[in-house]
Ligand binder design. Structure first.
Ligand SMILES: Nc1nc2c(ncn2[C@@H]2O[C@H](COP(=O)(O)OP(=O)(O)O)[C@@H](O)[C@H]2O)c(=O)[nH]1
Ligand SMILES: [Mg+2]
Length: 302
């Protein structure tokens, strides 16, 4: 492998405390093709990265997702290694992440932070949030991935260009993971070391706001992958509400009180809920037929 074939991609926003050392570490590991996509940092991130010999491009919009999508369009190297600029992940893990991609065994490799993290690398809230999000992902997509939010990944340029990516913020990792599953890519997870952030650099991620956004992204994207999950949750919600009001109506009826408007509401809630399940079944059918068509087209184009 020629190490220039691997582009080390680092999205940064105010990471002056760590970016210099990170670039040095990658050079020491034998990588020199380094692209920093910077979100107009107010500190010296850009200057430090340039002084260390990285190519720096300023992002045209806002958010980590927008920066990454912009960078994927610029890259020409056949392999990409994506890493946070905050020094929480190690350049020395690059080789084990890249190996499956370089050897053609995988299209996309995710560095799993949740096995080998140092104490303090995750706050309690972060850890619980990560586990919940991974569980939701498993439920919705049936893919046994352990760390879908990891920012340390290796993939081929071809495989990333195949994905339809639109998320501009911290939902980008979720969208990448979903799209990889949708596009039937060969995904592998490799444990990596995960360190606490340096005291000088704060995280840009808001655990509650971004966590909720990520959860809702997983749910909304399921509409076209696992519609039964999407409509089933909606349907269950209405049916449960209907059963709740229904129990009350029956209870009152036994006491000699007839609640006509509430009975009508109960009926509507349950019918609406059942209809959601029927939508789910129909959409499931459409999605599997569509997938079959896509597979045929892919096979014919080979
Ligand atoms: N270009 C760019 N990079 C960003 C932006 N927001 C965060 N980053 C970078 O993306 C990486 C991951 O963000 P971070 O705050 O570490 O998220 P965390 O690892 O989930 O806590 C870091 O290198 C950040 O500097 C942004 O809006 N634009
Ligand atoms: Mg980070």
């Amino acid at each position: 492998m020629n190490s220039a074939d691997v582009c080390i991609l680092i999205p940064t926003l105010n990471e002056a405390a760590t970016i210099g050392q990170l670039i040095k570490d990658f050079k020491a590991e034998g990588f020199s093709n380094i692209l920093v996509i910077d979100g107009n940092s107010r500190d010296r991130t850009k200057e430090i990265a340039e002084a260390e010999g990285a190519k720096v491009v300023l992002q045209t919009g806002k958010g980590k997702g927008q920066a990454m999508i912009q960078a994927f369009r610029l890259i020409k190297s056949p392999y990409v290694l994506l890493i946070d600029g905050d020094g929480t992940e190690l350049a020395s893990d690059a080789h084990s992440l890249l190996a499956p991609v370089l050897e053609g065994r995988a299209d996309h490799v995710v560095g799993n932070r949740l096995v080998n993290y140092e104490s303090g690398a995750f706050t309690k809230l972060n850890l619980v949030g990560n586990h919940l999000i991974n569980m939701l992902f498993d439920l919705a997509y049936g893919a046994q991935l352990k760390d879908i939010l990891s920012g340390y990944r290796a993939f081929t340029l071809e495989s990333i260009r195949e994905l339809e990516l639109n998320k501009t913020g911290f939902e980008i990792e979720t969208e990448i993971s979903v799209e990889c599953v949708l596009k039937n890519q060969r995904i592998q997870e490799i444990p990596i070391t995960y360190l606490p952030r340096s005291e000088k650099g704060a995280t840009k991620l808001n655990p509650l706001k971004d966590g909720l956004r990520i959860g809702s992204t997983i749910y909304r994207l399921a509409k076209v992958h696992n519609p039964m999950f999407y409509f089933g949750i909606l349907g269950s919600f209405f049916i449960l509400a209907g059963l709740f009001t229904g129990t009350f109506v029956v209870f009152q009826w036994f006491q000699g009180i007839t609640r006509i408007p509430l009975s009508i509401l109960t009926t509507l809630l349950i019918i609406f809920g059942l209809q959601m399940f029927i939508f789910g079944m129909l959409s499931d059918l459409i999605v599997s037929l569509h997938r079959q068509t896509l597979r045929l087209i892919k096979e014919q184009n080979k």
